[in-house]
Design a protein around this ligand. Structure first.
Ligand code: GTP
Ligand code: MG
Length: 578
């Protein structure tokens, strides 16, 4: 099984010496590390156990100035190896490293009380006792990195715990956080990191984030041995042809394309070592990255972290929050939340079962594919979650949201029918925002669609409060005969025309539908007899003024009854047979 063990402990307590004694490898490689006798950067070494298992050891620096480096080293580990100097006992970074491990969810491991060779038995026993209280449940072994005493027992304890640790998610999409970048002659840029989930093999197409860039993996090594495919939990070195060394740095991630959102916000459940007030600016450690951020508190124990640079996170990821010291940490509830505080949504996310998560996410229609790419749920969990919502044409809707939207749309159409009874519909584009989901949602709303308009089912135009005005206008028109009248209310006129009761002429004039019919008949009869009609002739026949005669004839032109030739009109061919 592929597991990574990370050291932890105060500066100079003997971590690197113990790693060397266990693995034969000196992880303090930098000249400055050798000169100063302290670790500055992360060190890596494979550790072979008696049963043949190979663990990956990550050696971290203990100096308080390098706690941030320790966090980067500790994010990918499965087990801790706490190292405490027998003479000094637990010191500041012993406690801080332990707190960070807890925040990262690394709760299993072994403690070594080292430098046993330089203390008397009583001091050693006291130190062992102190460490037992510090890490209840973890085996505590007295060792010496110099004489090798206790190392066999330490290996045996590590083997026992390793056999008992849950494997990482191999079925999750690939994600590797880069912790080192270097160039090898003839090979090019190589990145190393612990594979958090999935697998990596030669030829894989991956995405380098947050640069948002396609990369191809040429070859993969695990502990200096070439492999076809590395599995989740393993320490991986991958060569990336075409990528310059300067294009990649610690904190970047190699991920399966499309599987993780890039996000400037993380919704987390907070764990506070010290009170973290709303608005606090701090450093957010996620994966091997460290990003300046601001805390926006949501409800009792949740927060949204607003970041200065994007991350690729997944639900369940751990973050550590630091300023000068370690202030706390959090567990990611949503790796790409919408802006703004929403306590209800957060409560659902916090509940943790797939149905609640999907309901919390579907705060507006979401494509099912996008849900999977939100890195919140996968496989069966996603299917179970989708049972809690309605899925239509690949879109997921919250039932309550749909009900509220339906109710709001109905209400708007009802108001519209009262305010504008002559046109009780609304343009579809006005009804819903122009989102990609709008067409699908429209199909689910209780509305009738006619043309580009939506109506309440069965709704038709009605006169409403204008009934009286309509009656008066019609009376006036009946009395006026062929003489045109000015319509004061153009909407009313349009409506009465759509009902076949009036005919609108130019300039806002109207006549009754009956009168227009009479006028048309006059024209037909005259044309049948004389072959044509002039304005003057029509005026005489109808007994109307020049202006009204002209308006009536123009409408007949528009209707296609007549065609104008100079100041004469003839029937259009189609009208002659009528
Ligand atoms: N006698 C004795 N000396 C030890 C032992 N382990 C470490 N030392 C010495 O303690 C000093 C610090 O050891 P390191 O292994 O560098 O300590 P470290 O925890 O890696 O220190 P940082 O990485 O800087 O936090 C060195 O001088 C070691 O030689 C031990 O078991 N016995
Ligand atoms: Mg060291």
């Amino acid at each position: 099984m592929a597991l990574t063990v990370g050291t932890a402990g105060h500066v100079d307590h003997g971590k690197t010496t113990l790693v060397r004694a266990l693995t034969g490898k000196d992880t303090d490689r930098l000249p400055e590390e050798r000169a100063r006798g302290i670790s500055i950067d992360l060190g890596y070494a494979p550790l072979q156990l008696p049963d043949g298992t190979i663990l990956s050891l990550v050696d971290v620096p203990g100096h308080e100035r390098f706690v941030r480096t320790m966090v980067a080293g500790a994010t990918g580990i499965d087990l801790f190896l706490l190292v405490v100097d027998a003479a000094e006992g637990a010191r500041a970074q012993t406690h801080e490293h332990l707190a960070i491990l807890r925040l990262l969810g690394v709760v299993r491991g072994v403690a070594a009380v080292t430098k046993a060779d330089v203390v008397d038995e009583e001091t050693l026993e006291l130190a062992v006792e102190e460490v037992r209280e510090l890490v209840p449940g973890a085996p505590v072994v007295a060792v010496s990195g110099v004489t090798g005493a206790g190392l066999d027992e330490l290996r045996a304890e590590l083997a026992a715990i390793a056999a008992d640790v849950e494997q990482r998610r191999a079925d999750f999409p690939t994600r590797l956080f880069v912790d080192r970048v270097f160039t090898l002659r003839g090979i090019g840029t190589v990145v190393t990191g612990t594979l958090w989930s999935g697998s990596v093999g030669a030829g894989d197409q991956l995405r380098l984030e947050p640069a948002d860039r396609d990369v191809r993996v040429r070859s993969v090594q695990v502990h200096d041995v070439a492999v076809d495919r590395a599995a989740a939990g393993q320490r991986v070195a991958a060569s990336l042809p075409g990528v310059e060394r300067g294009d990649v740095r610690r904190g970047d991630a190699l991920v399966a394309p499309g599987a993780f959102p890039r996000s400037y916000r993380l919704e987390v459940s907070l764990e506070e070592l010290e009170p973290i007030v709303d608005g606090t600016r701090l450093t957010v450690h996620h994966g091997t990255s460290r990003i300046p951020g601001r805390v926006v508190r949501v409800g009792e124990a949740h927060a949204q972290l607003r970041l200065a640079a994007p991350v690729v996170a997944a639900r369940g990821d751990r973050v550590v929050l630091r300023a000068e010291t370690t202030l706390g940490g959090g567990v990611v509830l949503d790796p790409a939340p919408p802006r703004g505080r929403d306590v209800d949504r957060d409560r659902l996310l916090g509940e943790g079962d797939p149905r609640s998560i999907v309901r919390a996410l579907v705060y507006e229609p979401v494509q099912v594919d996008a849900l999977a790419a939100r890195a919140l749920l996968a496989g069966d969990d996603l299917d179970e979650g989708l049972d809690a919502v309605r899925v239509t044409d690949g879109w997921a809707f919250d039932e309550d949201w749909l009900e509220e939207t339906s109710a709001a749309v109905e209400e708007r159409l009802r108001v519209r029918a009262v305010e504008a009874p002559l046109e009780p519909g609304l343009a579809l584009a006005e009804l819903l925002p122009t989102e990609p989901w709008a067409p699908v949602v429209l199909g689910l709303l209780p509305v009738e669609r006619r043309g580009g308009m939506a109506y309440l089912p069965g709704a038709s135009a009605s006169l409403g409060a204008r009934a009286e005005a309509a009656a008066m206008l019609e009376q006036r028109l009946a009395a006026a005969g062929l003489a045109a009248s000015k319509a004061e209310d153009p909407e009313l006129a349009r409506y009465l025309e759509s009902e076949g009761r009036v005919v609108r002429l130019g300039d806002g004039y109207v006549v009754s539908a009956g009168a227009y019919g009479v006028a048309q008949e006059l024209v037909r009869t005259e044309c049948a007899a004389a072959g044509e009609i002039t304005l003057a002739r029509f005026r005489d026949l109808g007994g109307v003024g020049r202006r009204d005669a002209q308006l009536l004839l123009e409408r007949m032109d528009v209707d296609g009854l007549t065609r104008r030739i100079g100041d004469r009109r003839v029937l259009r061919r189609a009208s002659r047979t009528l």
